[in-house]
Design a protein around this ligand. Structure first.
Ligand code: SF4
Ligand code: SF4
Length: 344
């Protein structure tokens, strides 16, 4: 793995150079405090120091709303929408975001691959960048360190306000061909980038905590504060639930089938024909959300399905914190274990 030094002032030139390999998509400022992954029109607009984007990179692979097929009732025919994707370079991606794409790969490509996702994924390259954890990031607690480079072709690690550029794949090497503003250097370990938010246990111990957490009192407390808005799941990079609806034009001759993001935190999510709702109460939806992140898929795959981006906490209008809930479950489990031991 080669490592090069790169001046911060030369990063826009690198972004322009990467444009030869596809449309470059990178973080941009949005309003006063938000960030968003957008197509780069001017490389000097790209933001290198950002905490997190409002919507995850997932939106570029599974759009919030997507037309799947058009149909004609008159002709009794339909046509699948062809997803023709040109090569794309995702620049300035944080490690937890890349890990969320790798988890989405598992969800979308295992078994019968989701073809639109697959086409978008196949034509993508990724350039990572380090970040300074804020009060909401806790990715280290779920096994994703700042410098985790899995999935990236290139990775920029900030060192003394400039960068070290790691070349991780053949694609990464190809992307640097002809770019002369870098110099070979020795990799440095950066000290002092500490996570302020932590889960108290190693993530390997969490499935056991969740094994005994189904009837916990913690769920009622969280549910009493939750307003059921769905912001936590709609901004989560590993959530992928969607709804599919057919829309027929007023002429009743043509229509389209559309897929849109859905959220298990919305009260109608588990509603079925006949009016039954399997998770009508907020307490059931809250518990389900956390079990999806730390138990159900984790039992099968051995990894948390939460990457610690902090979005669900940062954007929750009720200030409900994912790591705080997990820490409360841990504390409750420790008390229960103590009582079990004393009784023995
Ligand atoms: S559960 Fe929350 S912290 Fe974890 S990946 Fe989803 S939004 Fe990020
Ligand atoms: S963002 Fe907060 S208030 Fe909204 S559904 Fe999620 S936990 Fe509840």
């Amino acid at each position: 793995m080669e490592c090069f030094s790169l001046l911060r002032s030369d990063v826009p030139a690198l972004i322009d150079h990467l444009g030869d390999f596809g449309e470059v998509i990178a973080p941009h400022g949005k309003g006063d405090v938000s960030y968003s992954f957008e197509v780069v029109r001017d490389s000097s607009d790209v933001v290198l120091d950002y905490n997190r984007t409002l919507l995850p990179l997932k939106k570029m692979f599974l759009p919030p709303v997507e037309k799947l097929i058009g149909f004609s009732l008159k002709n009794e025919s339909y046509e699948q929408v062809d997803v023709a994707i040109a090569p794309r370079v995702f620049f300035g991606v944080h490690s937890y975001e890349m890990q969320s794409i790798l988890r989405l790969d598992h969800s979308m490509l295992s078994g019968s691959a989701e073809s639109n996702y697959f086409k978008r994924r196949q034509s993508s390259r990724f350039v990572g960048i380090s970040f300074e954890p804020d009060e909401f990031h806790f990715s280290e607690s779920v096994g994703v360190v700042i410098e985790e480079m899995e999935g990236f072709d290139l990775f920029l690690n900030e060192v003394d306000d400039d960068f070290q550029l790691y070349v991780l794949t053949d694609n990464g090497q190809e992307m640097l061909n002809g770019f002369d503003k870098i110099n070979l250097t020795e990799p440095e370990i950066v000290e002092g980038r500490n996570f302020k938010k932590k889960i108290r246990y190693h993530y390997n111990r969490l499935p056991r905590v969740f094994q005994y957490a189904y009837h916990s009192d913690v769920w009622a407390d969280v549910a009493s504060r939750c307003v059921g808005c769905g912001a936590c799941t709609l901004t989560c990079p590993t959530c992928f639930c969607f709804d599919v609806q057919d829309h027929v034009e007023v002429t009743a001759e043509d229509g389209m089938r559309q897929r849109s993001w859905d959220s298990c935190m919305l009260s109608t999510f588990a509603e079925v024909a006949g009016g039954e709702n399997f998770r009508e109460k907020t307490i059931n939806r809250t518990r389900h959300r956390l079990f999806r992140k730390f138990k159900y898929i984790t039992d099968e795959e051995g990894l948390p399905w939460c990457v610690g981006c902090g979005r669900c906490t940062a954007f929750c209008p009720a200030g409900i914190s994912m790591p705080d809930i997990v820490n409360e479950l841990i504390q409750e489990d420790e008390k229960a274990q103590y009582h079990r031991t004393v009784r023995v």
